[in-house]
Design a protein around this ligand. Structure first.
Ligand code: NDP
Length: 482
């Protein structure tokens, strides 16, 4: 199909000032590792090495936890909520002021399109700090229980799909409630967390309140296992989430786990089809499908399936895949070689199990990690592509005849993070929302996020909520809940 030709409109990367190497941010300053090593972080769109970062050792984690403990026992622990709120407001404003720098750096390190990092990740990260800043002096009135108090030192381990945004989801509520933090960004996307350390300095936060330790899985494990951590907050795979749950069982550590998903996006025959097609595209091709709540299973009512499929494929042929820094780009690079192999393996399995594979046939850049927007039709519920999280730009299409069948198929997964319902009937939306075992149900929209709205899962999608008052409650202990 003919496409409008667009002239490239690349965002300048001059706004980003990258150091050749980074240390660890502990006790308010960048320090050298003790016994750790170093690894390179690359731009997944070009495979260019961006910088070298520290692979923190257990001794480094220990120093970071000690700094966080000192800050908690010191100035931060004694500070009033109103004063903590001022720091959070300051961080939020600095994020806004440096938004372009953060957006370009996020796109360079992650591979996501600049229009997403610019319009979604960075503004939402700032919004999380603004929202939680407002709560800092009102915790008594948040309905959390009597006399809400911080846990103490919180260990936080985050993934690579929304690096800065996941940092904000974790750090903002922790600080608003008076905790101190040791955070590990993902191995492939450490750079915006390190730039955030610069923001922490700029905001003049007392030393040790926020500590950033970079590294791989072993560094995350050292945080999880550290005896002086009071609470853990993790977002990532269900596999690692289960390991964390096992390793803290029997300890006094509290935890929230935000894990994987295999969401159903359900289209009824009375839905506004063109809007639904946009919602399907946003549901699974936003952020290359590297989204835990992605609408990776399309459930479409049988009598409109052919029409929806035709319109969807036509729309997908207009998606622009390529240079993430180009403001026209809709779909960027896959975050890592390892993730690309996982997507390739699962899509090959889909074909081998008998589903029909289609992709939009777009040209892909010669270097970097890329995957064409792909749709599988004729998918049955037992196929791996209908059961396992692919975490890439791949949609599995299934059909249903009745609302009951849609619910049964949507719930037929070990996960339960999100779902979408497209219909013009309000009563059906409410009925479906009641039946779907998913933490978030979107109606006639998809992938909408707001700091005031709790987010989290059922079953193997984890436990605990982030955002809203529910999210705050995970960071406090009260006289009623201990
Ligand atoms: P992981 O769960 O391994 O990564 C999440 C975070 O946990 C990273 O910071 C990671 O570090 C860290 N980590 C890894 N091992 C441990 C450990 N033993 N103890 C503590 N922390 C640890 O996800 P992957 O990056 O391996 O992705 C694999 C799959 O997980 C994806 O294909 C996708 O299906 C799913 N996923 C889901 C996410 C979600 O938001 N629900 C987010 C990311 C992945 P490091 O980066 O160094 O490995």
């Amino acid at each position: 199909m003919a496409k409008f030709e667009y002239a490239p409109a690349p965002e300048s990367r001059a706004v980003v000032d990258l150091a050749p190497s980074y240390g660890l941010f502990i006790n308010g300053e960048f320090t050298e590792s003790q016994g750790g090593s170093a690894f390179k972080t690359v731009n997944p769109a070009t495979e260019e090495v961006l910088s070298e970062v520290t692979d923190a050792s257990a001794a480094d984690v220990d120093r970071a936890v000690a700094a966080a403990r000192r800050a908690y026992n010191g100035a931060w622990g004694r500070m009033s909520g109103a004063d903590r709120g001022k720091y959070l407001f300051r961080i939020a404003r600095i994020l806004q002021e440096r938004a372009r720098e953060f957006a370009v750096l996020e796109t360079l390190d992650n591979g996501k399109p600049i229009k997403e990092s610019r319009d979604v990740d960075v503004p939402l990260a700032a919004a999380h700090f603004f929202y939680h800043a407002g709560w800092a002096d009102k915790l008594e009135y948040a309905g959390l229980g009597t006399n809400p108090r911080a846990h103490g030192v919180v260990g936080q381990v985050i993934p690579w799909n929304f690096p800065l945004l996941m940092l904000a989801w974790k750090i903002a509520p922790a600080l608003a409630t008076g905790n101190t933090v040791v955070l590990k960004p993902a191995e492939t996307t450490p750079l915006t967390a390190l730039l955030f350390a610069d923001v922490v300095q700029q905001a003049d936060l007392p030393p040790g309140v926020v500590n950033i330790v970079t590294g791989a899985g072993a560094t995350g494990q050292a945080i999880v296992d550290h005896p002086d951590i009071d609470k853990l907050a993790f977002t990532g795979s269900t596999g690692v989430g289960k390991m964390i749950a096992r390793s803290i069982a029997g300890t006094r550590k509290k935890a929230t786990l935000e894990l994987g998903g295999k969401a159903a996006n359900i289209i009824f025959e009375d839905a506004a089809i063109d809007q639904a097609v946009e919602g399907i595209v946003n549901g699974i091709f936003f952020n290359q499908g590297h989204v835990c709540c992605a609408g990776s299973r399309l459930l479409v009512q049988e009598n409109i399936a052919e029409d929806v499929e035709r319109r969807l494929k036509r729309r997908l042929q207009t998606l622009r895949v390529g240079d993430p820094l180009d403001k026209n780009t809709d779909v960027g690079a896959i975050n890592s070689k390892a993730q690309l192999s996982r997507i390739t393996e699962l899509t090959d399995a889909g074909e081998a199990e008998g589903a029909a594979r289609w992709d939009n046939g777009c040209e892909l850049p010669a270097k970097g990690f890329w995957f064409r927007p792909t749709v599988f039709t004729g998918v049955s519920q037992t196929h791996r592509i209908a059961q396992e999280e692919i975490f890439g730009p791949v949609l599995s299409v299934l059909t249903f005849r009745t609302p009951q069948e849609a619910v049964a198929k949507a719930n037929n997964t070990p996960y339960g993070l999100s779902a979408g319902v497209w219909t013009e009937k309000g009563s059906r939306i409410l009925w479906m929302a009641d039946q779907l075992r998913a933490g978030v149900v979107w109606a006639n929209t998809f992938n909408k996020f707001d700091p005031t709205s709790p987010f989290g899962g059922y079953k193997e999608s984890g436990y605990g909520r982030e955002g809203g008052r529910h999210g705050l409650s995970a960071y406090v202990t009260t006289e009623s809940n201990g």
